[in-house]
Design a protein around this ligand. Structure first.
Ligand code: HSE
Length: 306
């Protein structure tokens, strides 16, 4: 029987100044999936553990992404998908992206890799569209390419992998409340002032430059978002306290992970990243909200075959 088992990682999108275009891949949190070739054509979700998610192919992000791929290939077989979900939906660390990207990656492997990674990103985006109503690629790209990724252009799709320093760590706090990406996008404004655009572009360029030159201070100075964060922070309990607290604890900077409610911080070195996690936990211990903390090196590989 032809089947493949994969680890499909969680991701942080936006990274403060890169709304819808920047993302990074985590190593210590992600789902597992098994995808199996079967004689019946099409895609069948046969098992999902860990979360209550639809098994109907057209209602499941992995199913929809897989079908988008199969439409482009003359396959004489079909695929069964099992998802062992560890990333909670609505967490802001790319739950739907992990499933959608995992499905297309695995099917492509079983088919003998007819599609490029850029093409797989396009198919996975169809799953994102189902989940949130928007075809953003900033979570699915780092799942498939690993590391930091930049969506240079959506039309045509042009996605780049960006360098990142070896000792860069991400710390994430995931408060156990659900924020739907569609709701978190609904609070955004459609217009941006010229002044804010200039500030954001400065920070964006600074972040990319810092990532390429291993300049941790520059990365920290650039982790600001004057456009999206001010509108979304009302959705995230204790956001300001966490952000100030982690910077005092030594983080380079912090912001909303994707569309929230998770908050991310970047740090130089694992020790600082763990201290940052402790600081996040202390702040949330004063609330009645449960949380998970993840400390992770940047995952340069993305999806891993197990
Ligand atoms: N860039 C998207 C957003 C990511 O911020 O809405 C969603 O995970």
């Amino acid at each position: 029987m032809k089947e493949i088992k994969i680890f499909t990682p969680a991701t942080v999108a936006n990274i403060s100044c890169g709304f819808d275009i920047l993302g990074l891949c985590l190593d210590t949190v992600g789902d597992e999936m098994i995808v199996r070739e079967v004689p019946e054509k099409g895609i069948k979700l046969t098992k999902i553990t860990g979360q209550k998610l639809p098994l109907e192919t057209h209602k499941n992000v992995a199913g929809v992404a897989g079908l988008a791929l199969l439409e482009e290939v003359d396959a004489s077989v079909g695929y069964e998908i099992e998802i062992y979900k560890k990333i909670k939906p609505g967490s802001g660390i790319g739950s739907s992206a992990a499933s959608a990207a995992g499905a297309v990656f695995a099917i492509n492997e079983l088919l003998g890799k007819p599609f490029s990674k850029q093409e797989l990103i396009y198919f996975a985006m169809q799953g994102e569209k189902l989940a949130s109503g928007s075809e953003h690629a900033d979570n699915v790209s780092p799942v498939i390419l690993g590391g930091f990724t930049l969506v240079r252009s959506y039309e045509p799709l042009d996605i780049l992998k960006i360098n990142s320093p070896n000792d860069l760590y991400a710390t994430i706090i995931h408060p156990q409340i659900e924020v739907k990406t569609s709701d978190s996008r609904a609070v955004l404004k459609n217009q941006v002032s010229l002044k804010k655009m200039v500030t954001q572009m400065g920070n964006f360029g600074g972040l990319i430059s810092g990532l390429y030159t291993n300049d941790y201070d520059l990365i920290g100075r650039s982790l600001h978002d004057e456009i999206i964060e001010p509108n979304r922070l009302v959705l995230i309990p204790e956001f300001d306290k966490v952000k100030k607290g982690v910077i005092q604890a030594g983080a380079l900077g912090a912001g909303i992970s994707g569309s929230g409610p998770s908050i991310f911080a970047l740090s130089k070195g694992e020790e600082t990243a763990k201290l940052v996690g402790k600081t996040m936990a202390e702040i949330y211990n004063n609330t009645d909200i449960d949380y998970d903390i993840h400390v992770s090196k940047i995952n340069q590989q993305g999806i891993k075959i197990l």
